[in-house]
Design a protein around this ligand. Structure first.
Ligand code: AMP
Ligand code: MG
Length: 353
């Protein structure tokens, strides 16, 4: 930290007022001076620092308790910036992907030497993203440097999607927290690497596997998206090897028909202290007092948007374990929900079919 205490600054979603810009100037000055600033994006809140300042980047790892070999995404305000930090020549499909940006989409390319190894976790590649959120883009633009930003949670916990959850994890560890309200998407960006041929999806998100395949032709999916890793197995995305997205209580996933899931938790509720995460449309049939809901069975976007805050809220409940309903399939954003829930539950799934 470079300030004596954490400043919390509330801004409007579109960063449109003169007062917003003054606050963002203050925050960008902190970034320029090597400090830490949490900011909203359309996916989750990010813990930002100057990506070109090795010391500042190291303090991100410290604040999160993140392993140093887990690389950071650099956030840019404009497409023109990409080639300052990435080798774009021969990167097949890059133009098609940038046509979607700004977006909840991260692309991995070979890194230029200007990007410190502290930022890339020692790799010769770098992940970049241009966020769609206006507050994030304005902050990056005013900072005049790429902003390295992992999710603003203590390593291993669910990512924060609102200022209250950020404050819980990061108060007095960072210089500034910009409160820009709830993140609309609620789960982290899609990550695709163009350093492989065909490109490989490393982390699913709002920009779906189907969209990427339609755009680029053939895209492979890393097996780490849905499967657990063997001990010591080497993978393209180091972050997938770590425990992730988990509340303190054990999470158990339920797969199968809706009625079967409902009957299962109602039965468990008779003898155990449980919490349930499910769809709004299931609520009235579930007897458990700690039933947390988002979306209906057909609205997985709403389920994704609330998932992390629901997982985090279970830590405050008087329950011993959490049962979460898996979506019916893995199409669209449901693949991202599967990916996050599988890790939150350490791959503990009960198939009721
Ligand atoms: P987070 O910072 O929490 O959003 O997570 C970022 C994810 O991107 C982690 O799983 C990282 O391992 C992954 N990542 C970042 N940079 C690279 C890179 N150069 N190559 C592969 N994966 C990366
Ligand atoms: Mg994260």
């Amino acid at each position: 930290m470079i300030l004596a205490k954490t400043e919390i600054l509330k801004v409007s979603k579109n960063a449109g007022t003169a007062e917003d810009i003054e606050k963002l100037k203050f925050a960008s000055d902190v970034i320029k001076r090597g400090g830490l600033c949490v900011f909203p994006t359309e996916t989750v809140y990010g813990l930002g620092a100057d990506a070109l300042n090795e010391k500042a980047v190291k303090s991100i790892y410290e604040a999160k308790g993140r392993p140093q070999n887990n690389p950071l995404i650099i956030h840019l305000s404009d497409k023109k910036e990409i080639e300052k930090y990435c080798l774009t020549e021969g990167a097949c499909g890059l133009e098609k992907l940038t046509s979607l940006m700004p977006a909840p989409l991260t692309v991995i390319l070979k890194a230029k030497d200007i990007v410190p190894k502290a930022t890339t976790g020692g790799l010769d590649t770098v992940a970049f993203r241009i966020p769609a959120n206006a507050v994030a883009r304005k902050l990056i633009e005013l900072s005049g440097t790429p902003v390295a930003a992992p999710s603003a949670n203590i390593s291993g916990k669910p990512s924060p999607t609102n200022a209250k959850d950020v404050i819980e994890d990061m108060d007095s560890k960072v210089d500034v927290i910009i409160d820009g309200g709830e993140c609309e998407i609620g789960i982290e960006s899609t990550i695709i690497t163009l350093c492989e041929n065909p490109p490989v999806l490393l982390r699913p998100g709002k920009i779906s596997f189907e969209t990427l395949t339609e755009l680029l032709g053939e895209v492979h999916m890393s097996h780490a998206v849905l499967d657990s890793l063997k001990p010591g197995e080497k993978i393209l995305s180091p972050g997938m090897a770590y425990k992730h997205y988990a509340p303190d209580k054990p999470v158990i996933l339920l797969k199968g028909g809706t009625e079967k899931k409902i009957n299962y938790v109602n039965e468990k509720n008779k003898s155990e202290k449980i919490a349930v995460i499910c769809y709004e449309s299931d609520r009235e049939k579930i007897n458990c007092k700690d039933t947390l809901c988002a979306g209906d069975g057909n609205n997985n976007e709403a389920y994704a948007a609330k998932l992390f805050s629901l997982l985090r809220s279970t830590d405050k409940l008087d329950a011993d374990k959490v049962y979460a309903f898996l979506p019916k399939d893995t199409s669209g954003i449901s693949l991202a929900i599967y990916n996050r829930l599988m890790r939150a539950a350490a791959f503990n799934v009960i198939n009721l079919d």
